[in-house]
Design a protein around this ligand. Structure first.
Ligand SMILES: Nc1ncnc2c1ncn2[C@@H]1O[C@H](COP(=O)(O)OP(=O)(O)OP(=O)(O)O)[C@@H](O)[C@H]1O
Length: 254
């Protein structure tokens, strides 16, 4: 169980998150939605202890993250919002680094690594520096690194970004299977179809404020006959959305 209590983050004068409180139970896929700059990555980076909140607390399986960083980190794997990291390393070197960070040897993770490499079709380039990869290949390399040690909690910041349809399909299946084992998957996305397909629970952020926390099915039940896209835009969008588009492009003529 993950509990977030009154989490606030300021970057200088910028209030990125304002007193966010919510709980994430195991056995769930939990999605964060919100426009650009809403606070999704700030929340996920706080959960993995990459940034320190200005105030508030995070409790992971009964442990206060601020006092138990190492024990909490061992429970979590993380995919950052950009795959442009460690580019001078080959994917194989990066995976070995990641496994070592979880006290696992190359031999411990060998079988799972072979399976993930085959699944994401990364065998041909695994020894080459990641700087030479396409965006999607970098994303696959980072994903394999995160999924290799297989801790209980996966925290994935826009994990489907740049993946080809096959890899996206396979990752979604992996996420569902992980949650079905009673473990936890937390991810952010801008893709509302993906959110509707995958999420048991949702948090919608708007300018650092939590504006919805609950299940997708509850949200759809309250707004019958509307898609998640329509509901989301009503909640998180600009009031005059369509009007601004008309002003730029002109209204369509029959
Ligand atoms: N390192 C930083 N320094 C200053 N401000 C930051 C920093 N990181 C984030 N912010 C600000 O905090 C707010 C929340 O940013 P965050 O990256 O959490 O949003 P997000 O919801 O993940 O957005 P996106 O969908 O564009 O990735 C934004 O206003 C952003 O400008």
């Amino acid at each position: 169980m993950i509990e977030i209590h009154d989490l606030t983050k300021r970057y200088g004068n910028q209030l990125a998150l304002n007193q966010l409180s919510l709980q994430i139970a195991p056995g769930q896929i939990f999605g964060f939605l919100g426009h650009n700059g809403a606070g999704k990555s700030t929340t996920l980076k706080s959960l993995v202890s990459i940034i320190n909140p200005t105030s508030g607390s995070i409790i992971i399986d009964g442990l206060d993250l601020a006092q138990n960083r190492q024990a909490c980190k061992e429970k979590i794997s993380y995919v950052p919002d950009t795959p442009d990291i460690f580019l001078q390393l080959s994917a194989v070197e990066y995976w070995e680094l990641l496994a070592a960070a979880y006290n696992q040897s190359a031999a411990d993770v060998q079988q799972r690594r072979q399976q993930l490499v085959a699944l994401f079709d990364m065998g041909a380039h695994a020894e080459e520096p990641m700087a030479s990869y396409s965006h999607g290949m970098r994303q696959k390399a980072i994903l394999i690194g995160a999924l290799l040690p297989d801790p209980d909690i996966w925290i994935l910041d826009e994990p489907l970004q740049g993946l080809d349809p096959q890899a996206a399909f396979d990752l979604k299946k992996l996420m569902k299977a992980h949650a079905a084992k009673g473990r936890t998957v937390i991810f952010s996305t801008h893709n509302l179809d993906t959110a509707q397909q995958l999420c048991d629970q949702l948090a919608i952020l708007k300018k650092g404020e939590l504006i919805y926390n609950g299940s997708v099915s509850q949200l759809l039940a309250v707004h019958p006959e509307q898609s998640l896209e329509t509901i989301y835009l009503q909640m998180a969008g600009q009031a005059a959305n369509g009007q601004l588009v008309d002003e730029i492009e002109g209204e369509p003529h029959e």
